[in-house]
Structure formats: structure tokens, C-alpha cells
Design a protein around this ligand. Structure first.
Ligand SMILES: *[C@@H]1O[C@H](CO)[C@@H](O)[C@H](O)[C@H]1NC(C)=O
Ligand SMILES: *[C@@H]1O[C@H](CO)[C@@H](O)[C@H](O)[C@H]1NC(C)=O
Ligand SMILES: *[C@@H]1O[C@H](CO)[C@@H](O)[C@H](O)[C@H]1NC(C)=O
Ligand SMILES: *[C@@H]1O[C@H](CO)[C@@H](O)[C@H](O)[C@H]1NC(C)=O
Ligand SMILES: *[C@@H]1O[C@H](CO)[C@@H](O)[C@H](O)[C@H]1NC(C)=O
Ligand SMILES: *[C@@H]1O[C@H](CO)[C@@H](O)[C@H](O)[C@H]1NC(C)=O
Ligand SMILES: *[C@@H]1O[C@H](CO)[C@@H](O)[C@H](O)[C@H]1NC(C)=O
Ligand SMILES: *[C@@H]1O[C@H](CO)[C@@H](O)[C@H](O)[C@H]1NC(C)=O
Length: 425
């Protein structure tokens, strides 16, 4: 999408033009002595036209890049040889590099894009930016042309890209990565995406998607990453999610998801991250019915989950390093069983309704570097050793617990936590 990958624009433009001339000569006279394999003319024209559709009519590919898979590479375009001819395999559109061309105001997905016969990867980044570009949507026709070739599709940071996900995406059988981040896409998530059995990465965060998460997504047994965060998805978590047996990261945060966390989640033995924060999930902490032996980060904050910490089997999630259970209307005590989480680095229990004393044995968790219990109803004395307060510094939050106090002793004054009153003798 740009004249060069280097900073010295003038020099490179010049040399590209010279190379271009030579390339044209060689190409014309002698089948690829120096350019290697030739490029089928229809493929080359399709590439020029597809790019021109995004960049603008002024962009003349055959002038600027006479040999796009050889002597005059186009930034964002990669090629490979099939049956002795060059074909485009990767196409990156938009401001991927500092010196890339911006996309045109009146850009279009030209039909020629779909004539690229061996396209494996399409990226449209930072391209459809301003609303003045009009309401540009991903057209629904033509995608079937890619059904046996495309492996990766990415539309990222295109706030001007609106409309629905075409249901024809569900026919892209080779798709391993579908990334639609920070666009203006809306509507429901197509159920037939669940047919894409080789999908490894499904990322649709930061759009305006609504409706339920399709049950069929639980069929994606090879999926490693599912991130549907920052949308307006509603309904409950599909029970079928127990079928996501390979999944490593599941992020559904910042939606309107309600209902309970299904215990099927604990089938996900390879899950390392579960982030369901900022939803409307309720029903208490009941889900870890089996050992989730890989789970390292559990983030459930800002949900009306309620319930307590006492009846959860913390041993089932003993690998946890990050546990954020803040603002969940939790009641009851902070149980000693939480001390079985020996690898904890971050523990957020703030802004709940937790009661009772805080065990000084939390200081035994040697990796713990952040502990937030502020905004609860904890009481009694804080009895951590001085070294603990020093180690934690401002990453220990205990304010707004009206009956919690700090036992002052001379050597302690300097480490008194913010917002905690001194105990009466
Ligand atoms: C590009 O320029 C050539 C002449 O340099 C011209 O023949 C051709 O029509 C132009 N193509 C487009 C798409 O403008
Ligand atoms: C694809 O998914 C849809 C909806 O989930 C389903 O009805 C359809 O039969 C599937 N098609 C194929 C070819 O698997
Ligand atoms: C889980 O991870 C292990 C180790 O990386 C791997 O061998 C195994 O195949 C994975 N399980 C699934 C269902 O993907
Ligand atoms: C706490 O969670 C509720 C939803 O349960 C949310 O509306 C509220 O904004 C959250 N508060 C903070 C400070 O995050
Ligand atoms: C603490 O962190 C270190 C370094 O990351 C790690 O090797 C260790 O296993 C962790 N757990 C405990 C209980 O120290
Ligand atoms: C845990 O901490 C307590 C006091 O805070 C101490 O007496 C005890 O020895 C510690 N246990 C371990 C296993 O470090
Ligand atoms: C626990 O809290 C109760 C009630 O505030 C208090 O009487 C007791 O001293 C506390 N125990 C410890 C060990 O701080
Ligand atoms: C304590 O809570 C009050 C209201 O509940 C809030 O205004 C104040 O900012 C909180 N204090 C701190 C230190 O967060």
C-alpha cells in the first residue's frame, strides 16, 4: 500500500521506477529470467484493481508496481508460486505501516478482490476511519470465492465499517483466524461461524454486536482464542461451551451476558484465561466442579454474581495467578481456603460485602504483589508483618471498611495503609 518500506521516500521512488522499467523490459522480452516466475495477467490486474478500490483511482498499479510479486513489491502484498506462476497470498490494506497510503473516502470492495485465486490472508487495518466515508459495510456477495483458500481475515480499527457480518463468512472452510476488532459492525453473530471447524482464533471485540452467543460456537473444538468482549451481547453463556476443549483464552467481558456460569466451563482443561467481567452474570460461584488445571487468570469483576467465597473449591483452580472478584456483591468471610492459591500475584476482592477478619496468612503468598479488599465490611485488626506492607505499598487497598483498623506500633507508623483508621488500645 505504499511506495516503500524505507524512510527515504524520494530515493526509493526513483529506484523503484528504474527497477520498474528494467522489470518491464525483461518481462516483455524474456519469460522471467530475472523475475523468476511470471504472474498471470488476470491475477495482476485483479490485484491492481482491488488495491485501487481501497486507495483511490489516482493509484495506478501498473505504473507504480509493474512487477508486484517480483522487482517492485507492494508493501502489504505477499506472493507465492503455484504451478509456475506467481499469485497473491497475503493482502494488507490500510495504514499498516507509517508510510502506507490511507484508504480513499469513497473506497469500495471491488469484485476483482475476489478474483485473487490463492489469497490466504486479507487484512484491512485503520482504513475505514471517518464517518464521512459513508456507511461502508462488508458486502455479502462474493466471499464464497475464497471458501477454499482464505485462512486469515482481519478487519481492525475501522470505526466506519458498519453493517452485519455476512453470513457467507460461515462458508470459509479454511478459515483459521477471524479477527474483527474495533469496527462499527452490528447485528447478531452468525450461527454458521460454528461450522468453521478449523478455526483457531475468533476475535470480535469492540463492535456493536447484539443478541445471543450462538450455541454452535461450542462446536469449535480447535479454537484456542475466543474474544467477544466489548459488545452488547446478551442472553446466557451457552452450555455447549464445554465443547471448546482446546480453548486457552475466553474473554466475554463488557457485554450484557446474564444467567449463571455453567459448570460445563470446568471441562475446559486447557483454559488459562477466563474473563467474564462487566456483565450481568448471577447465581454465585458454583462453576468449578472439576479441576481447571490450567486456569491462571479468572476475572469476574463487576457482575451481580453474589454468593460467597466459602463454598468454592479453590483447590480446583490452584494455578491461579490473577483472581479479580471485585464488585460482585459477594458476602461472607474471606476463607482460609483461598490460601491454597499459592501462585497468586493479584487478588481483587474490593467493593463487595465481605465480612470478618482478614487472615494475616495472606502474607504467606510469596508471589502476591497486589491485594485489594477496600469497600467491604471487614473488621478487626490488620495483622500483617511490616515487610508485607512495605512489599505491597500502594497495591494494598483496605480503605472503606468501617470496622477495620490498623494496630499502631512505633515501627509501623510509616506503613499504615491509606484510609485505615488506627485501632483504639
Ligand atoms: C495506468 O497508466 C497507464 C499508462 O501509464 C494507463 O495506460 C492505464 O490505463 C492506467 N491504469 C489505470 C487503472 O488508471
Ligand atoms: C452451518 O451452520 C448452520 C447454522 O449453525 C447449519 O444450519 C448448517 O447446516 C451448517 N452447514 C454446514 C454445511 O455444515
Ligand atoms: C491441552 O494442552 C496440552 C498441552 O499443551 C495438549 O497436549 C493437549 O492436546 C491440549 N488439549 C486439547 C484438547 O487441545
Ligand atoms: C459494579 O458492577 C455493576 C454491575 O453489577 C456496575 O453497574 C457498576 O458500574 C460496577 N461498579 C464499578 C465501580 O465498576
Ligand atoms: C512464584 O513466581 C515464581 C517466578 O515467576 C515461580 O517460579 C513460582 O513458581 C511462583 N509460585 C510460588 C508459590 O512461589
Ligand atoms: C504463615 O503465616 C503465619 C503468620 O502470619 C506464620 O506463623 C506461618 O508460619 C506461615 N506459614 C507458612 C507455611 O509460611
Ligand atoms: C476479628 O474481628 C473481631 C470483631 O471485630 C474482633 O473482635 C477480633 O479481635 C478480630 N480478630 C482478629 C484476629 O483480628
Ligand atoms: C469510600 O466510599 C465513599 C462512598 O461510599 C467514596 O465516596 C469514597 O471515595 C471512598 N473512599 C475511597 C478512599 O475510595
Amino acid at each position: 500500500m505504499s511506495l516503500s518500506g524505507r524512510t527515504d521516500g524520494h530515493f526509493v521512488v526513483l529506484s523503484l521506477m528504474m527497477v520498474g522499467l528494467i522489470g518491464t523490459c525483461v518481462y516483455g522480452e524474456n519469460d522471467g529470467v530475472s523475475v523468476g516466475a511470471p504472474m498471470v495477467e488476470t491475477e495482476q490486474e485483479a490485484l491492481y484493481s482491488a488495491i485501487q478500490g481501497f486507495v483511490g483511482k489516482w493509484w495506478n498499479g501498473s505504473d507504480l508496481y509493474p512487477d508486484p510479486c517480483g522487482w517492485t513489491p507492494i508493501q502489504g502484498v505477499s506472493c507465492d508460486v503455484f504451478n509456475g506462476f506467481w499469485y497473491v497470498t497475503d493482502l494488507g490494506i490500510g495504514q499498516i505501516h507509517d508510510n502506507s497510503y490511507p484508504c480513499a473516502q469513497n473506497l469500495e470492495f471491488r469484485p476483482q478482490l475476489f478474483q485473487l485465486q490463492h489469497l490466504k490472508s486479507l487484512t484491512v487495518f485503520n482504513c475505514i476511519i471517518s464517518p464521512s466515508q459513508g456507511l461502508i459495510s462488508i458486502q455479502s456477495a462474493n466471499w464464497d470465492a475464497f471458501s477454499s483458500t482464505i485462512e486469515s481475515m482481519e478487519f481492525r480499527s475501522n470505526p466506519g465499517l458498519t453493517g452485519h457480518i455476512p453470513s457467507s463468512f460461515g462458508n470459509l472452510k479454511k478459515l483459521q483466524s477471524l479477527v474483527l476488532i474495533d469496527n462499527g459492525l452490528s447485528g447478531g453473530l452468525p450461527a454458521n461461524i460454528g461450522n468453521l471447524t478449523v478455526l483457531k482464533r475468533l476475535v470480535m471485540s469492540g463492535n456493536l454486536f447484539t443478541g445471543k452467543i450462538p450455541e454452535s460456537y461450542g462446536d469449535l473444538s480447535e479454537l484456542l482464542i475466543m474474544d467477544l468482549s466489548r459488545n452488547s451481547l446478551s442472553g446466557s453463556l451457552p452450555l455447549t461451551f464445554g465443547g471448546l476443549t482446546s480453548v486457552l483464552k475466553l474473554d466475554l467481558s463488557k457485554n450484557q451476558i446474564e444467567g449463571e456460569i455453567p459448570s460445563e466451563i470446568s471441562n475446559l482443561k486447557n483454559l488459562t484465561l477466563l474473563d467474564l467481567s462487566n456483565n450481568k452474570i448471577s447465581g454465585g460461584l458454583t462453576f468449578a466442579s472439576q479441576e481447571m488445571s490450567s486456569l491462571e487468570e479468572l476475572i469476574l469483576s463487576s457482575n451481580p454474581i453474589s454468593g460467597d467465597l466459602v463454598n468454592f473449591n479453590w483447590n480446583n483452580v490452584h494455578r491461579l495467578m490473577v483472581l479479580d472478584l471485585s464488585n460482585m456483591s459477594l458476602t461472607g468471610a474471606v476463607p482460609e481456603s483461598i490460601l491454597s492459591l499459592k501462585n497468586l500475584r493479584f487478588l481483587g476482592l474490593n467493593d463487595n460485602k465481605l465480612l470478618g477478619n482478614l487472615s494475616s496468612r495472606l502474607a504467606n503468598l510469596s508471589n502476591l504483589t497486589a491485594l485489594y479488599v477496600n469497600g467491604n465490611n471487614l473488621n478487626g485488626e490488620l495483622k500483617f508483618p511490616k515487610e508485607f506492607y512495605i512489599k505491597m505499598g500502594r497495591r494494598f487497598g483496605a480503605w472503606n471498611n468501617s470496622n477495620l483498623c490498623f494496630p499502631i506500633a512505633k515501627s509501623y507508623v510509616s506503613v499504615r495503609p491509606i484510609g485505615v483508621k488506627v485501632c483504639h488500645e
